[in-house]
Design a protein around this ligand. Structure first.
Ligand SMILES: C[S@@+](CC[C@H](N)C(=O)[O-])C[C@H]1O[C@@H](n2cnc3c(N)ncnc32)[C@H](O)[C@@H]1O
Length: 272
């Protein structure tokens, strides 16, 4: 196992030792709730879902794998961090016990994305890779691996941490020097959750094109929430903010400053 709080030899940040902090600071907070609500709203529109098998790459605490399992998909959840995977399995077991989905819908592969061409080669009709690229030393290489794993005609749901949004939020918070220097990325040390490789929309367009893939659709996730001066306290204000996020998440210019960018990427059908 890799030493806790260090980068791997490939320069990736596995979340060993971060499960509790990640869960607390994201999924037990309003921003995690909003992220899940937005995915619940967008994924059925952005993907053609036909209960096809799913490969969830870097599945973390297992929320997205659970979302697909509850909709009748069999899911292979992959995750290199033993710690995260243990949390995901425990939560999935609770969900199964509560009959949210039938037993046997999920299987687990404890491995990094780089090992999946041998450990879960597919090819897969549907792959999800959410909020993982920004934790890799070489995110552009990951696109190549994902393209190899994807079946002809298959769909990739890709979500990445948006470098432009990180700059904007640093300015909003008054971190002017940091924004001016362009040194926005985290170092992946200790328990910091600032991604080490935030990416831009232009980079995604370039990497997708280089691998013979195509962007079908894009949306911004948390386009307003991170910039509001006062977090909404009343439930009715939270609901109105969610309505705003839904209304503008795919509209120019708003999607471009989403904290995350969500893409549906497809691989062309094989030539006949
Ligand atoms: C921010 S979390 C995202 C988890 C989940 N996909 C989600 O959206 O909540 C990033 C995850 O990527 C994992 N990760 C880091 N390096 C990876 C790699 N090389 N291959 C696959 N996953 C990796 C981490 O262990 C962590 O669980």
């Amino acid at each position: 196992m890799h030493p806790t709080y260090e980068l791997t030899d490939a320069g990736d940040r596995y979340f060993d030792g971060l499960a509790d902090k990640f869960s607390r600071s994201l999924y037990q907070a309003p921003r995690g709730e909003l992220r899940l609500a937005m995915l619940d709203y967008l994924l059925p529109q952005m993907l053609h879902l036909q209960a096809q098998p799913v490969l969830d790459v870097g599945g973390g605490l297992g929320q997205l794998s659970g979302w697909f399992a509850a909709r009748g998909h069999t899911v292979s959840m992959t995750e290199p961090s033993h710690d995260m995977l243990a949390h995901a399995k425990a939560w999935h077991a609770e969900q199964e016990a509560a009959a949210v989905w039938p037993p046997g819908q999920l299987r687990y592969v404890e491995a990094p994305l780089q090992a999946l061409t041998s450990q879960a080669p597919g090819p897969w009709p549907l792959i999800t890779c959410h909020a993982v690229l920004e934790w890799l030393g070489h995110p552009e290489q990951a696109l190549q691996t994902l393209a190899t794993l994807l079946a002809p005609g298959g769909q990739l749901s890709l979500m990445v941490f948006n470098r432009d949004a990180l700059r904007f939020s640093n300015v909003v918070k008054g971190n002017y020097q940091k924004a001016l220097s362009g040194q926005l990325e985290g170092k992946g040390k200790r328990q910091r959750l600032t991604p080490i490789s935030p990416v831009t929309h232009d980079e995604i367009c370039q990497w997708v094109g280089q691998n013979g893939l195509h962007i079908e659709s894009v949306a911004g996730i948390r386009i307003f929430q991170d910039y509001v001066r006062q977090a909404p306290e009343k439930a009715s204000d939270q609901a109105t903010l969610l309505a705003l996020e839904k209304q503008y998440c795919q509209q120019d210019p708003h999607w471009r400053l989403g904290r995350y960018l969500l893409y549906t990427v497809t691989k062309p059908e094989a030539d006949v």
